[in-house]
Design a protein around this ligand. Structure first.
Ligand SMILES: Cc1ncc(COP(=O)(O)O)c(C=O)c1O
Length: 380
């Protein structure tokens, strides 16, 4: 049986309404367009939402990772990280001359913190762990706490997928068990500022360092003349604009509503795939921010599966190709790490459409199409 093409559905998209447009319009005619009062208010709103003491809003999530790495690491530092992320997570390590060490994942797609502990025991020089709350499912907080206490290792949580998530009573971005956390506000993420990102931390010293690095390493003190500034570090221009921040403030107000819709869609996928060959990556839980809904689909030809779905207008993606096997990383000597769970995951994983505006009719169509393709294959 072949389902007729009914829709063209992306795997993710932003939710922008008139109140967002109004919020941006108001600021775009203000005298200050770049980082000003709205950026400050956005940072305060993120801190309050996540329960972190300090937030620095920046131009994108990659900039957040870069600045955090500049502040936390030095050349040659070895850092445990995951192959199952967007390139930006480990690229940030390369930017600062640190050495990524790729560790296998668990079946839920997150870095295996038990394997990290084994690495920490073997190699006391390991300086940090960069983990990703993959798909919106936070890193195990008890384990992070234990690793931090036992090994005094620096922990960065890449929460690009996870704003609004909770785990064991800990909110993403609160940094209860980490040194800092980063977010991305790219349009496919759970809330957007067009491009944008943020770093949260509870450390005043780290925050002050990041603040300077965001703006070319420039420092201005009250004692200085009006024209005076000192460059004390080699920083960057990773500032966010006030109109992006105005959008961010408005989106953050609606975030919990967006997440409710994402969770409802995730629950419907779970219900619909019960008893079929399609296996959601982990059991449904309210703590996940469900940025992605990843399923494992046994199929003889991955490329054909994607092409069949795309031909039916069902936007799917693979999150992610193993970073350590990318040609650039291979040119640096990576690629031969033992990552059997990641390898198996890569063969079968598929991200299905998930965003607040996805209607039930569209979701039913996605489910019908994918089951039809998999069942057809079963009968070949
Ligand atoms: C896990 C992860 N980290 C970092 C980033 C980088 O964020 P940005 O695209 O805002 O630079 C992304 C974006 O796709 C991501 O998914």
């Amino acid at each position: 049986m072949s389902v007729a093409v009914k829709f063209s559905i992306p795997y993710g998209k932003q939710t922008i309404s008139q109140d967002d447009i109004d919020a941006v319009s108001e600021v775009i005619s203000a005298p200050l367009l770049t980082t000003g009062p709205k950026a400050k208010a956005f940072e305060e709103a993120i801190s309050a939402y996540c329960g972190a003491k300090y937030t620095l809003a920046v131009s994108n999530g990659t900039a957040a990772l870069h600045l955090a790495s500049l502040a936390l690491l030095k050349q040659g530092d070895e850092v445990l990280t995951t192959p199952n992320s967007f390139l930006a997570t480990s690229n940030a390590l390369l930017y600062v001359g640190a050495k990524p060490r790729f560790v296998d994942i668990m079946i839920d797609g997150n870095i295996d913190l038990d394997l990290c502990e084994k690495e920490l025991v073997k190699n006391p020089n390991i300086k940090a762990i960069y983990g990703v709350a993959f798909s919106g499912n936070m890193l195990n907080q008890q384990k992070l706490k234990a690793l931090k206490e036992k090994y005094a290792v620096i922990i960065l949580e890449d929460n690009a997928h996870a704003i609004g998530a909770t785990q064991a009573g800990v909110k993403a971005g609160s940094c209860e068990n980490s040194d800092c956390s980063i977010f991305s506000f790219h349009p496919v993420k759970n809330m957007t500022t067009g491009e944008g990102g943020a770093i949260t931390t509870n450390s005043q010293a780290l925050y002050e360092k990041l603040l300077t690095l965001r703006n070319h390493g420039m420092v201005k003190t009250p004692e200085m003349a009006s024209w005076e500034y000192e460059m004390r570090d080699l920083g960057f221009n990773y500032r966010i604009t006030d109109f992006q921040s105005a959008l961010g403030i408005n989106q953050l107000k609606k975030l919990d509503g967006f997440l409710e819709k994402r969770r409802a869609i995730a629950r419907r996928y779970h219900e619909s795939f019960k008893g079929t060959k399609i296996r959601p990556l982990y059991p449904y839980h309210d703590g996940s921010a469900y940025h992605l809904f990843v399923v494992r689909v046994p199929y003889h030809d991955k490329r054909e599966l994607y092409e069949k779905l795309l031909a039916k207008g069902v936007g799917v993606q693979l999150h992610y190709m193993p970073i350590n096997k990318q040609p650039y990383y291979q040119s640096l000597g990576y690629g031969d790490e033992k990552t059997p769970v990641m390898d198996g995951y890569f063969e079968e994983a598929l991200s299905l459409p998930l965003y607040p505006l996805l209607s039930e009719g569209e979701q039913d169509y996605v489910i019908e199409v994918i089951l039809d393709i998999v069942n057809d294959y079963d009968t070949i």
